[in-house]
Design a protein around this ligand. Structure first.
Ligand SMILES: C[S@@+](CC[C@H](N)C(=O)[O-])C[C@H]1O[C@@H](n2cnc3c(N)ncnc32)[C@H](O)[C@@H]1O
Length: 218
C-alpha cells in the first residue's frame, strides 16, 4: 500500500527556511521574539507531558530534535531537567537562532547544522538516541517539490539509523493522517502508541488537526 504524495511547496525547500530564519533572527534581536512554534504551544506541551510520564526514561536520556528550528521544544525539556539534548537543522540560521536563545536562557543544549537527508553522515556523526523527536520536519521533507517519495524514504532511513531497539521515535504531523503515517512508516517502524490530540467531527467523521505517534524501530 502507498499514500498519495502531497503537492510540493516552498516549505519543502532549504531556501524557504533560510529566509524565514533570517527574518526570525532579526525579530529576536530587535524584539526578543523567539519565532514560530510549529503546530502551536499545546502540541509541544502534550509531547513533553507524555515524555515526563514515562517511568522508564531518566533525565539523562539522550534526545535529538530533528529539524529543531528555534529549539523551543528543547528549551522546555531543559527546563524540565533533561540534560542530554541535541538539536539539528539544515538551516544555519535556525541553529544560530536556537544557540542564541539557549545561551540567553543559560541552558546547556547542543546544536549542530546537519542535513538529515545525508543518512550516512548522520549515522557516522550523530550516533544513537533514546528519543528521536520530529515535529513538522517529516512534513517539510514531504513537501519537497522534487522526488518527495524518495526524500521521505531517505529521511526515514536516517531516523532508523540513529535508533537502537529501545529508542522511541516521536513524530508529530499536520499533513498526514495517522493511517497514512502507519502506511508510510510501517516497513521500518512499529507503532507503540498515539499521543492524544484534539479531534473535530465533520460530516459524521472524526478527524485530528495534528497527529502525534510514538514508534519503536522494527
Ligand atoms: C515546520 S519546521 C519545524 C520546526 C520545529 N521542529 C518546530 O516544531 O517548531 C521544519 C524544520 O525542518 C527543517 N528541515 C527541513 N528539511 C530538513 C533537512 N533535510 N535536514 C535538516 N532539517 C530540515 C527546517 O529547516 C525547519 O526548521
Amino acid at each position: 500500500m502507498s499514500v498519495e504524495e502531497l503537492e510540493g511547496s516552498e516549505l519543502g525547500t532549504k531556501n524557504y527556511w533560510d529566509n524565514s530564519y533570517d527574518q526570525e533572527i532579526a525579530n529576536y534581536k530587535n524584539h526578543g521574539d523567539v519565532g514560530t512554534i510549529w503546530f502551536d504551544e499545546d502540541s509541544q506541551i502534550r509531547i513533553i507531558n507524555w515524555i515526563l510520564k514515562q517511568d522508564t526514561l531518566s533525565n539523562d536520556v539522550n534526545i535529538v530534535d530533528m529539524g529543531c528550528g528555534n529549539g523551543m521544544l528543547l528549551i522546555e525539556l531543559a527546563r524540565e531537567g533533561f540534560s542530554n539534548l541535541l538539536g539539528v537543522d539544515y538551516s544555519e540560521g535556525a541553529i544560530e537562532l536556537a544557540k542564541q536563545i539557549a545561551k540567553d536562557q543559560e541552558l546547556n543544549i547542543r546544536y549542530q547544522v546537519v542535513d538529515l537527508l545525508n543518512t550516512e553522515l548522520c549515522q557516522q556523526e550523530l550516533g544513537t538516541f533514546g528519543i528521536v523527536h520530529d515535529k513538522g520536519t517529516y512534513d517539510a521533507v514531504s513537501l519537497c517539490p522534487d522526488n518527495p517519495k524518495e526524500k521521505r524514504d531517505t529521511y526515514l532511513n536516517t531516523v532508523h539509523s540513529i535508533m537502537d531497539e529501545n529508542s522511541l521515535f516521536i513524530l508529530t504531523s499536520c499533513n498526514w493522517t495517522e493511517d497514512e503515517l502507519l502506511i508510510s512508516l510501517g516497513d521500518k517502524f512499529l507503532k507503540k502508541c498515539s499521543i492524544p490530540t484534539p479531534t473535530f467531527k465533520f460530516g459524521g467523521k472524526i478527524g485530528s488537526v495534528v497527529t502525534s505517534i510514538v514508534f519503536t524501530k522494527k
